[in-house]
Design a protein around this ligand. Sequence first.
Ligand SMILES: Nc1nc2c(ncn2[C@@H]2O[C@H](COP(=O)(O)OP(=O)(O)O)[C@@H](O)[C@H]2O)c(=O)[nH]1
Ligand SMILES: [Mg+2]
Length: 441
Amino acid sequence: MEDTIIAAATPPAFSAIAIIRMSGPESLDIINSLLREKLTWEPQKLYYKKLYFADELLDDVVLAYWKSPRSYTGEDMVEISCHGNPFIVENILEACQKRGARLALPGEFTKRAFLNGKMDLTQAEAVIDVIQAGGRLALKSAQAMQSGRLSHELLEVRTELIEILAEIEAYIDFPEEDIEPQVGNLLITRLLSIENKLKSLIASAPLSRLLREGFTIVLAGSPNVGKSSLFNALLKENRAIVSPHPGTTRDTIEAECRISSFLVRLIDTAGQRESSDQIEEEGIRRAKEAVKKADLILYMVSAPGDPSLDPFRLPELDPHQKVITIASKVDLGLHPANKDKLALSTVTGVGLEELEEEIKKILKAFFPQDFSFGINSRQQAALLKIAEAIHKAICGIKNQLAPELISSELRSSLDIVGEIVGLVSAEDILDKIFQKFCIGK
Ligand SMILES: Nc1nc2c(ncn2[C@@H]2O[C@H](COP(=O)(O)OP(=O)(O)O)[C@@H](O)[C@H]2O)c(=O)[nH]1
Ligand SMILES: [Mg+2]
């Protein structure tokens, strides 16, 4: 029998209400032991009661009871809403532990929900993404995943694979017969369409990484062009030190912000020029590293001077990396060579709105119009293996390999589909997934 677990579901802060959750067979006994009256519990009803431990009042609380299997975890559950004071929460947690509950591990409630068949593994993984989504699109993607969109698509793949497998395995019983070319071609067409579906799912992985980890936007350019001033203007606070002396920012400075409801890591870099100063050189090295990892680079050139005089040159970039070239300090006048660039002044504010609009446009363009959800890296790795097995099966049919060989590829891809949704799941994989959760979820 499972033990009974307990945890605060809300963060330790002074607030109107805090919620504590308990799950497991002893939940009702434990909470009953803290009541002074006998209660006839009905599931999904709220009870306003006083909890006591020994003779001490713990708090006035609202209690809810969910009876197994109709609960989040699938077990008997009790939810305690108390006043939002961390000392009250601690006292209640302690009292329940003394009566037999134990503190839950990170993600243990959701792990139990998964193990009790309340959700599959892709849905369980999405729970944490829903909680931690740092922007609207990230939330939409996590919610689609939680509602089972990926599982649904994979189930279709699975059904199709089983049908194809049945056709191929029919040949195993007749060793004298090869797969007829006509049948083979049809099977290849069906496998290719699965392969395409997998490819588009796999292509969503880097996008979901962007949603989860945020876009990296790097400010780059020569010393003194106004990078740190723009960094502060974009963050709307004075985070980086601005000074008229070139080389003031000697390291990269990073801050998280939200642009158009996307999570963004904004990085201010040290001015990039040849330097004899060792610390500054290290800063420049880091700046170059930052540029390499950037999704978008705000490349600043100084307006009044000729850009060819700016010692900083952008390194060669990957095709996915985007650049906005900005002519800075336009309040001092705009050099004709910079006419085609976004003209900006952090002193007068000219160009700031335009820049933010441009950034929004570029970030949005990373996602296709019909983007609905992105897969995580575990799912991506597994889908890559399936795609590879299917590719081998296609080659096998083309090269008229023995049906056993083709079927074994397809069987292995069926197993991996099972791993993704959690039909088969090793304990260490589950541990890795649920460790990332917060306690109480
Ligand atoms: N006139 C004017 N001066 C600016 C502007 N932006 C920055 N500066 C000044 O230029 C100098 C260098 O700015 P800073 O942001 O430290 O440049 P960084 O070295 O590229 O980070 C400072 O004295 C700033 O006050 C601007 O838009 N107009
Ligand atoms: Mg600076």
